[in-house]
Ligand binder design. Structure first.
Ligand code: SF4
Length: 471
């Protein structure tokens, strides 16, 4: 574990207010999810999970086919699909388009994919104004912070924090009533929507057989983002494609329930192509940016590519005992919690934070709640194994590797093993506290801490082998 990861965890654990905020917010989301997926409310919940898993599995195994079908259907409706390898290619495309159209102001709806490539920072660096319009994201943009949670980005902020941020950044009176804070943000954002040249959104699903981009949200800001400006650009990871429009029904039954405990989000938009003749609203130009950014690296691995099934519901975060203690900002990348622990090393490389797959109790709660049945604990174990095998980690833990090699050698030499066991039993004191006095150099560093908390039981009078021989 890097010193930075360690420090962030310790700081979060030491902040009592933050601990309360995380625990309360995730607890509420967790309870709401349990209520809305209960047998009495949704008897086919487990069948829906199985179905969602099968659809995602099929889509990922045939990704090239469905992406091409999606592209054909978007273009048939007057839109354009742009494939981008990474964040640089995405920002180059947007910057070139903005320059050609003389665009300066961009409004954005919530998108973890754009967080992943620091899109706002890239665009602002080149003189464009890019404004987040989801309330939580807007608060964080003003505070210069990244999302704390993939569904509830400002989960760690109290209304007092928000009052302070608005006063400082928007020059408004200190306002602690949540409804009034919302009105302040709405007043600012309405002006931005009306003046924006480009709207950028994410996508929850890309439907191959109709070329539709499906967006679910609760605030209506994504609708305004995608319909008010003359240009709409949807940015999505390539794994968001699903085969058929009828598959959307399966995911919609699971997504909002798993995310916020709602039967359905307030708004579900199906967007395909620019405004057609006779339509009263919608953009003149419609683009879908399909982002790789490390995703194709997962495809050859049959087991780990399951990570691409994720529909970003956040249920695994809300139920994870580790996330609920260490929060979102302790994690080294924009994705936090169990899903962050499995996709960060795969997208960014295991060296990005080797300790990440180990930041889990492996209790299995994440796998239990995942609506698309990703076996997160299994993937964590595989990633741990990868880390152990990696050169960098091997160097860090030479002593540990040496100890395990010696142990493996001893275990494969029964006579020596037996002799070593007899010798240990002969010299060990009978009070059972002998492991604490293991001499240096074994009794150092993390090993010392481990030993200080543990006793071994007193050695038995006879070993198992001796008893076996006597019988
Ligand atoms: S891994 Fe599963 S539970 Fe976690 S965010 Fe993704 S879909 Fe939701």
């Amino acid at each position: 574990m890097s010193a930075e990861f360690d420090l962030k965890i310790h700081n979060t654990l030491a902040d009592a207010n933050l601990q309360l905020a995380i625990y309360t917010a995730t607890g509420r989301l967790k309870e709401k999810r349990i209520e809305t997926v209960a047998d009495s409310v949704l008897p086919d919940y487990q069948d829906l999970r199985t179905q969602a898993n099968a659809i995602k599995k099929h889509a990922i195994e045939n990704l090239d086919h469905y992406l091409e079908e999606f592209e054909r259907n978007v273009e048939a409706r007057g839109g354009k699909v742009v494939y981008c390898k990474d964040g640089t290619e995405v920002s180059d495309f947007i910057l070139a388009l903005a320059k050609e159209r003389g665009a300066h102001l961009i409004v954005k709806s919530k998108s973890m994919t754009t967080e992943e490539i620091d899109l706002n920072e890239r665009l602002e660096h080149h003189g464009l104004e890019s404004v987040e319009t989801d309330l939580g994201e807007y608060i964080l943009q003003l505070a210069h912070e990244r999302p704390y949670h993939i569904v509830a980005p400002a989960l760690h902020k109290t209304r007092y924090d928000v009052a302070e941020i608005f006063t400082r950044r928007l020059n408004v009176p200190n306002e602690i009533v949540i409804e009034k804070q919302t009105a302040i943000a709405r007043g600012v954002l309405r002006e931005k929507f009306l003046a924006a040249d480009i709207g950028i959104s994410g996508a929850n699903f890309l439907v191959a057989d109709s070329g539709a981009v499906v967006i679910v949200e609760n605030e209506g800001n994504a609708r305004l983002t995608t319909s008010a400006p003359k240009i709409h650009i949807a940015i999505a990871g390539i794994e968001k494609v699903i085969p058929r429009a009828q598959d959307v029904a399966t995911f919609l039954k699971l997504l909002a329930r798993s995310a916020t405990g709602q039967a359905l989000s307030v708004y579900t938009s199906f967007l395909s192509g620019p405004r057609r003749e006779g339509e009263v609203d919608g953009p003149d130009e419609f683009y879908v940016v399909l982002l790789d950014n490390g995703r194709t690296k997962l495809l050859p691995d049959r087991s780990k590519r399951e990570s691409l099934y994720c529909i970003r519901c956040g249920a695994c975060l809300n139920t994870c005992p580790v996330y609920r203690k260490i929060g979102g900002h302790s994690f080294p990348w924009v994705y936090s919690g169990p899903i962050g622990a499995i996709i960060t090393p795969q997208f960014m490389g295991a060296g990005h934070e080797p300790g990440l797959p180990f930041a889990s109790s492996l209790c299995g709660a994440c796998g239990e709640v995942c609506p698309v049945k990703i076996d997160i604990p299994k993937i964590l174990l595989e990633l741990r194994s990868d880390v152990k095998k990696s050169e960098a980690h091997a160097k860090q833990n030479r002593l540990e590797r040496l100890a395990f090699r010696a142990f493996a050698w001893l275990m494969t030499h029964p006579r020596l093993y037996e002799m070593a066991g007899s010798m240990a039993a002969a010299i060990a004191p009978s009070d059972g506290r002998w492991i604490r006095s293991v001499p240096s150099p074994m009794n150092v560093g993390p090993l010392k801490a481990w030993l200080s908390e543990r006793d071994l039981p007193p050695p038995p009078a006879k070993s198992f082998r001796q008893m076996w021989r006597q019988r």
